[in-house]
Structure formats: C-alpha cells, structure tokens
Design a binder for this molecule. Structure first.
Ligand SMILES: [Zn+2]
Length: 297
C-alpha cells in the first residue's frame, strides 16, 4: 500500500548522506482543488508544496516555512507553506492559460524567497533564492550550494492527484566529524548516490511505496529508514485574522463597504473560507483598535 501524505527520512549507513522522501495525496488534492487551477499551475503548486515539506524536514526549527514568489509578470504569487507539525497549505495567482514553461519563465520577473517564521517572539529568517535554469529544482539546489555550502539534490514528480519529492543532502558538518571523512571521499559517495537516484522514474516516485522505491534505487546500499511523519492540509486562517484585515482596510473604507453590502466578507485566499462581519462586528473591530474618532454610525 502507498502511504499518502507522508514524509519519510532515511540515511545511508555507509555514506555521509541523508535523504527525505515526500508523498502528498489528499493534502495536495485539497489545496489544488481550492481554486480552478489549470494543469501546469497544479503541477507547480505540487512541486512547491513538496519543496516546502522537504525543506521543513531538513531545516529543523519551530514555526512555519514558506516558499514564496512575488512577481510582476504572468506569475503574480506562489505560496507554499509547511509548519513544524507538517501542516501544509498553498496558493498560486497567475494569468490564465499558462504552460508550465511560461510559468518557469515568469519566475525571472520577480523574487523567490524561503522564509522561516518562528512567531513574533523569535527571530525570523528570509533567504533570496536566485532563479536558475528556469527550474524550481535547480534554483533550490543552487540556494543550498550558495548559502549553506551543502551539496543538495532534489527530484520532483507531480500528476493530477499526487505530488512526490526526493531530496538528498550531504550531512552537515561531516568533514569536521570524528570520523574525519575527507572531502574527496564524501564526494565519491555523493556522486554515486546522486547518479543512481537520478535514474528514478517519475512514475515510480508517485506509485511505489517508499520501501520499494528505496530498495529499487539503492539495492547495494544499507538504507536506514525512520518513522514516517504524517502531513496534512491545515489552514491557519481565523476570524481574528479577518478582524485584522478589516482593521487594515480602515474605518472609511469599511463604512463604505457596509453601506454597499450590509456586511463585509473576508475570504481566506488559501482555503476560500468566508468570515462574515456585520455592522456590529465591524464597530467592535474599530472600538478594539481604541481610536476615539473611529466610531461607526
Ligand atoms: Zn484559510
């Protein structure tokens, strides 16, 4: 049986390399089904969600990781998020009728970043990912090479209902370890493992159980598998976030909107959930803001 919506960590007993395998089924279908995305956009979203999950697994932290692109061209926005509980959500905003190639080219006209949000009390981090080779995979690999000096490789595969990803990375700090593995030996292991992994078929990534997949890919390696981590879709929107959005709107605009429609509906961009605020609710929002001149009549 295929384990849907899981993240699977593995290491090689005989090589200083770690791996992560991610498989999204239900969570991907839920997220991709929240808007009427064309196939190419669905594919990009699946890939970005896999990247967010894989990076969350290798960058240990408490909080939320976001793969974000903001563009001025055909692709306006890409958000793929995963938190340390492995709740994922995602969103794409772009022109209609884009091919996958159009989307990749559109990445040249904007900024791709990886953000770590540790909550208000902790330090946050934002790293800009240079767009390379018109490929999400190449760009993320380049990011790790530049910013972490860590050899990293990714493989992604997405079909209509599922998304899968594989990541291999040289273990951090291995050359300083008591084993004293020298760089050229690490490189030999790395080249051997990435060469055999590159033979992975996109279909196998989506359709095989991870045990069978790893067995097929690495018949000669001692692979140690850890307990799987379940992944689920969960949106973090709330009525409170809706109140904040109304607060940002400002009292005049809120009043105008109420006059027009009697209620203000704040819709979550991710999950389409609607939060409805009537006159009394909106008045309470601005009363809470504590400003004397923001009374609604
Ligand atoms: Zn939501």
């Amino acid at each position: 049986m295929i384990e849907h919506d899981n993240l699977q960590r593995f290491i090689f007993d005989n090589a200083p390399v770690r791996g992560e395998y991610i498989h999204l089924g239900e969570s991907f279908q839920t997220i991709a089904g929240q808007h009427d995305y064309p196939p190419a956009v669905r594919q990009l979203l699946g890939e970005a969600l896999c990247v967010a999950g894989l990076l969350t697994a290798i960058i240990k932290f408490k909080g939320r990781l976001t793969v974000q692109f903001r563009g001025k061209g055909k692709l306006k926005l890409l958000l793929a998020q995963c938190n340390n509980n492995f709740n994922v959500r995602g969103l794409v905003k772009c022109d209609d009728d884009l091919t996958y190639q159009d989307l990749m080219e559109a990445f040249n006209d904007g900024v791709l970043v990886i953000m770590l949000d540790g909550g208000s009390t902790k330090r946050n981090y934002q790293g800009v990912v240079s767009w390379r080779g018109n490929s999400l995979v190449e760009s993320i690999e380049g990011y790790f090479r530049d910013s972490e000096q860590l050899a990293t490789k990714l493989w992604l595969s997405v079909n209509k209902n599922e998304a899968a990803g594989l990541l291999l990375q040289v273990l951090p700090g291995i050359e300083k370890s008591p084993h004293g593995l020298e760089q050229d030996i690490v490189s030999l292991h790395w080249e051997r493992l990435t060469a055999v992994t590159s033979a992975v078929s996109p279909d196998d990534m989506l359709n095989m159980s991870y045990e069978n997949l790893l067995r097929k890919l690495y018949p000669k390696e001692e692979v140690r598998i850890f307990a799987p981590q379940e992944i689920t879709f969960r949106c973090t929107c709330s009525r409170k976030r809706g109140e904040e959005a109304i607060g940002l709107l400002g009292v005049e605009e809120a009043e105008a909107e109420l006059k027009d429609k009697q209620v203000i509906v704040v819709t979550c961009d991710f999950c389409n959930k609607e939060y409805v605020f009537d006159k009394v609710d909106v008045a309470a929002v601005f009363a809470k803001k504590g400003s004397s001149e923001t009374h609604l009549h």
